[in-house]
Design a protein around this ligand. Sequence first.
Ligand code: GTP
Ligand code: MG
Length: 352
Amino acid sequence: MGGGEIHKGSSSLSSNESCRNPTAYFFDRDVETIIQHASEEQDRKIYLEVLNTYKNGLNLEKLEEAKRKVLSYTPGSRIDNFDHSNFPKTTSIILVGPKGSGKSSLVNKISAALEGYKLGLCRAQVSYNGSSENGTYFLHEFMVPRSSSSICLYDTRSLSEDVSENNEMLIGWMTGGVCHGELVQKNSDTIDLNNRLRAKARHNHRLGKPREVNFAILVVNAVDVLKSISGEDESFKNYSQLIATTFNNPFLSFKDDKPAIVITHGDLLSIEDRVSVRLYLGDVMQAHPKTQIFDIPDDEDSPTILSVFEMLNYCLDRADRNLLSKQMMIPTISLFSSMLFVLMLTTTYMLK
Ligand SMILES: Nc1nc2c(ncn2[C@@H]2O[C@H](COP(=O)(O)OP(=O)(O)OP(=O)(O)O)[C@@H](O)[C@H]2O)c(=O)[nH]1
Ligand SMILES: [Mg+2]
């Protein structure tokens, strides 16, 4: 039964009756059933909306517009009628996610979408076959496109299964900023791994100034989410829990704005499975499966490129909004410090 039948049912009451006593209409009916139907109808609507993002033909104008918006971006440019001269030169977006979720690959996919798919264009080191020793251990910044200084992506070390260890790592990045080339070590690292990492870091003499993070992307492997839902593989049972906890980590939020979610590895799944993963994540994380969860598989087709641009525009809009509230704080802080200064001078003078 669809939502339409809720209205059909009202014919059992004459319009005069229902006008006289509107609550009688609801008490006559099973409210629980009405709510359940409304919720099923809502689920069906969202399912179709997400499915249509794969099935509807690509609107090339939309693609061009989304790309133009990203390429013309400078920090603050998404805010109308505001002096952008005090904004920082670069907006930094951090990529976080479990091991092997595809963070470094996403850097390459975004670079390629912005610069064109050239043979051998692989800026970030991608790990192969999920070997535990491979992977990203040093923070690495990438300007995208590389000729610009407006957007900077930060590739990071993977999350671990230990929530408190992740918390420590995220608090460090989100409050102290991120430093290109910084080695990220964890308490759970073995002595052997620590020694190997220090050997790899031997040329890191001096790190640059930390960059403030302006927005975050949570990168998730869609195949691992499916394994976690099916619950067959013990080692993946906690995967959904880990990403939900990370998504809700207050240090990854900017006021009410939580991270954008990117699902990877969709090229290994059917469209129906990809839709299910997005709906499932939307449900678990309370994020909109169409507007906040972006499917960016290992493909070079136009829908994937559109998804890259839409995801970047989502992040840049929110980063600017957040930068704006900081800019608006500055005059207030300066006014407050000036008043404090005058008060101190007056007190000193009076005490003399
Ligand atoms: N088929 C497929 N493979 C992918 C996709 N994204 C990443 N991979 C593969 O997944 C593996 C891990 O990818 P990375 O980009 O290194 O993952 P990561 O999150 O940076 O990994 P760590 O740095 O170890 O945390 C590599 O073998 C990639 O080629 C995708 O969308 N589809
Ligand atoms: Mg990596």
